[in-house]
Design a protein around this ligand. Structure first.
Ligand code: ATP
Ligand code: MG
Ligand code: MG
Ligand code: MG
Length: 562
């Protein structure tokens, strides 16, 4: 395409609102423009790359046997009310009313819609299993939209949902999609890890996150270079996977809470939105008060929780929840703010958690991500072990390291949670109605694009991996006032197009310096410069990544690019 009539508004200055390289470069190089906080336009270059990421995702999803559909972003409130998420999603859910004052939400995710669709359209085990997916805008009114595409309020997600008659089938599909995710992020050229997410209560095998290693990532992961081992450390658990027999030896005792708080209050002071299933659990170990707040963004599997241990627990949740929970689970909410209003017991518990940012793996090992500014005493309760950087990896291979990660994908075994709430069942072989067992699988497509820029840039601009670049080659005519150069450049442009090469042609009447700067900023892998030697039929050929350049004859170009 001719650059003279393409909308590529490059900037000379780093935009003031952008702190991160990916955000700065995507703005500077004219790929995106902000419309409102966390809401972006994709300009021609941005749209091209987005489509490439999308296509990689689409190809691998299709190959994994998933079927592409498209569900509406506009969703009636009734569906969200049926699953309870109208309440528990809190402010993150974007809400609106139609002219008849009926409530709607903009899809933050599509479990409700897809479950209702399958409930109404499928009724036999014979159709199972199957996986539906879409690539579509999602809306989340994030508390802190920031870092450009990394945390938007409208962003592109690939979300997939699988439906099964039993857990074996779910496990199979989960593995197929897990491997598809690996291929997707490999094809995107990313340095990533698949990590165990929220492993304690979930048993470690039921949910994984795909984390791009990057210092700007908001998650902390523990991993070992010598093995596949990796876990999210975000969940700050304090208790381990006690089995009932261990409990007898534990010095646990019941604690009275003077002020029972509502979950909303607990969520508020943790600076987190109230999530479905979130529970705050308080107990006492060795004169230490410990509060564990379990994440609620998925089924904190009560069955597994029950297997943990039977300590006497006073929790801050509702009475009903008090009856259900007989054990403490993992997964808190990251860094915790201590408000003045917290009562004494909660205060000590919170302080304890502030001092320890830990994660757990499926064996109940705990990681302590050492904050060098704190004099933290590693504590040991029964089989709770804090693992420090350099300690042996729990799988016995290599040592533990900590790193920051950007969550680009998340795979999850949901069980029957949504089928139960929306009464979605099929007839099994015996003709009896059974609830669907489901899995869900997300990829942040626009976030992935930004993560690629985080990993692929230098001081002059973006350095796109070949398969993701907005164009394959950047043809630059250095002087549009010289007829022989224009003639050669035009001729080359057509030749490249004929050879099926996607070429960006800088035919603008601009100074050479401007053209070179823009070209480096945009980051197309190969640059072809028509300059002084045009009359001899020679052009300059430059590799963006290495900076290697050579003069080559125009007849050689197509073979160079193939
Ligand atoms: P995060 O922990 O970053 O808030 P999440 O766990 O809430 O993400 P999921 O519900 O797992 O997100 O959604 C699936 C994927 O969508 C995520 O793995 C991420 O790649 C992407 N995603 C989530 N929120 C955003 C956002 N605000 N902007 C861009 N991408 C997002
Ligand atoms: Mg989120
Ligand atoms: Mg997350
Ligand atoms: Mg997630």
């Amino acid at each position: 395409m001719r650059q003279s009539n393409l909308l590529i508004p490059t900037l000379r200055e780093v935009p003031a609102e952008a702190d991160l390289k990916s955000h700065q470069l995507l703005l500077k190089a004219g790929f995106i423009r902000q419309l409102a906080s966390g809401v972006y336009n994709f300009l021609p270059l941005g749209k091209r790359v987005l489509r490439k990421v999308e296509n990689i995702v689409r190809e691998e999803m299709d190959r994994a046997g998933a079927q592409e559909i498209q569900m509406p972003a506009l969703q009636p409130a009734e569906l969200w009310q049926a699953t309870g998420r109208w309440e528990t999603m809190g402010n993150e859910l974007m809400r609106l009313k139609d002219r008849h004052e009926r409530d709607f939400a903009l899809g933050a995710t599509h479990e409700e819609v897809v479950t209702a669709l399958v409930r109404d359209e499928v009724n036999s085990y014979k159709k199972l299993p199957f996986t539906l997916y879409q690539i579509q805008a999602k809306y989340r009114d994030e508390k802190r939209p920031r870092f450009g595409l990394l945390r938007g309020r409208e962003f592109l997600m690939k979300d997939a949902y699988s439906f099964h008659e039993d857990f074996d089938s779910l496990d199979e599909t989960y593995e197929v999609l897990f491997n598809a995710y690996k291929r997707i992020f490999e094809r995107c050229g990313l340095n990533f890890r698949a990590v165990i997410a929220d492993s304690g209560a979930m048993g470690g095998k039921d949910t994984h996150e795909f984390m791009v290693l990057s210092e700007v990532g908001e998650d902390t992961i523990a991993y070992s270079d010598e093995s596949e081992y990796a876990a999210n450390v975000e969940m700050a658990p304090v208790v381990a996977n006690y089995s009932k027999s261990d409990t007898a030896e534990l010095p646990l005792e019941k604690v009275e809470t003077p002020n029972v708080k509502t979950m909303q209050e607990v969520a508020d002071y943790l600076g987190h939105s109230l999530q479905e299933g979130m529970k705050a659990i308080m107990f006492k170990v060795d004169e230490e008060f410990v509060m564990v707040v379990t994440r609620g963004d998925h089924e904190v599997n009560d069955v597994k929780l029950k297997n943990l241990y039977d300590a006497d627990i006073v929790e801050l949740a509702t009475e009903e929840e008090t009856k259900q929970v007989v054990g403490a689970g993992f997964g808190s909410l990251g860094p915790i703010n201590v408000p003045d209003s917290v009562d004494v017991i909660a205060d000590q518990a919170v302080e304890y958690l502030v001092n320890a940012t830990c994660g757990a793996n499926e064996d109940g090992h705990h990681f302590k991500n050492v904050n060098p500014n704190r004099d933290f005493q590693v504590k040991q309760y029964a089989d709770v072990r804090f693992i420090l950087e350099g300690d042996p990896s729990p799988d016995g291979n290599g040592t533990i390291k900590f790193a920051q990660g950007i969550e680009v994908g998340h795979v999850f075994k949901l069980g029957t949670k949504y089928a139960d709430a929306l009464n979605a069942s099929f007839l099994n072989k015996e003709g009896r109605a059974e609830k669907y067992i489901m899995g869900c699988y997300g990829i942040g497509v626009s976030r992935t694009l930004a993560a690629i820029v985080e990993q692929y840039h230098d001081e002059s601009g973006i350095v796109w991996p070949k398969k993701l670049a907005p164009f394959e080659a950047h043809l630059i005519n250095l002087n549009v006032k010289k007829d022989d150069q224009v003639e050669l450049a035009d001729q080359l442009y057509n030749k490249l197009l004929d050879a099926g090469i996607d070429v960006l042609y800088d035919d603008r009447n601009e100074r050479a310096g401007v053209k070179f700067n823009d070209s480096d900023l945009i980051g197309v892998p190969y640059r072809i410069v028509v300059g002084k030697r045009a009359n001899e039929g020679y052009i300059e050929f430059k590799h963006r990544e290495t900076g290697d350049q050579e003069d080559i004859h125009i007849d050689e170009i197509v073979s160079k690019l193939k």
